[in-house]
Design a protein around this ligand. Sequence first.
Ligand code: BGC
Length: 415
Amino acid sequence: MRTLKKTLIAALALAGSTAISVAAEVEVLHWWTSGGEAAALDVLKKDLESKGVTWKDMPVAGGGGEAAMTALRARVTGGNAPTSVQALGFDITDWAKQGVVGDLNETAAAEGWDAVVPAALQAFSKHDGKWISAPVNVHSTNWVWINKAALDAAGGKAPETWDELVAVLDAMKANGITPLAHGGQAWQDATVFDGVVLSLGADFYKAAFIDLDPAALGGEKMVEAFTRLAKLRSYVDDNFSGRDWNLASAMVIEGKGGMQMMGDWAKGEFLKAGKVPGTDFVCIRFPGTQGAVTFNADQFMMFKVGDDAKAAQLQMASSIMAPSFQSAFNVVKGSVPARTDVSNEAFDDCGKKGMADLAEASASGNLFGSMAHGHAAPAAVKNAVYDVVTAAFNGELDPAAAAAELAKVVAAAKQ
Ligand code: BGC
């Protein structure tokens, strides 16, 4: 029996995405619980089911995945890790360092992943030269999703600069809608702040959030970033506190809200509601960030499992990496493929723009990991940033005090 399974694993690795014929199950921990997310997840579940792999669902709601990571810690501590876990950037590296992750190298080599996955993603998919997770997409956070009718009523021109953005928000306010649909949760505040910081310059974003340079974190430009954040706060409705991101998307979908500053998973909600880009909604880069991208990639990190579960785990990784799957999944999710060799044909205009922007930003050196979504710095730093950004958004720190505090807490957290 053991030999049979070993043969099966080897055959699977060699055959790439060939279906397996034994009954097998993968238990998957993830935070894809909104309508658009669930629709995308279904593409993966169905793909695996068609290959004889049963899906055991372990959903833990909460954008950005903080709650999911807490649930995961409990499972791993209990000696009962799931087969696979949705994870972001530095969280993957943190788990890898603990020696609990699996090894996908045979499948990766047989399928040539090294040649088709961008280096920015491989930095997290691999640890010590070993593939440990399968990247399913690339999202980015510096997007704004605008209700088309609300934009038309506000003059019709999508804003390209900060001043134009403020003018459109003012016009939407005058038109009696909530200009900025937002959910007051730390990760959502931080998602908006990714765009705000990037709008003050790609070099500034890099210095502050990638290099964690104290002068950038606590300097004049950061004071300006917090001033912009406070301005955005003035366009949010009174009931924003604790609101889930997809409910903020729904406000824009229904025209009660003018726009949402959110990663392109928001597009999944618009599509799920039957909305069409260019007709019902408009997607633009956060004004002032054109040409640059703050990305986060969802990966399915694989845990060490026994021989009985290994074949299903490798099948899952192989299925995720198949070009046809990367297209079908990301068309629904709102993200773009994690492989550079997937055609943009099936994607709508926002998806095509996402793919072109990603390639351009990568070529020009303006592709940066998202601070809000765990791709700029490890969780300790990210959480310190969350605290300051949320306090500033809620008016508990003025812009100057927020910048000073940011430099202080990041310095402490990065040690
Ligand atoms: C993930 C997305 C997800 C979003 C909201 C992000 O961190 O990368 O896949 O849709 O959180 O849940």
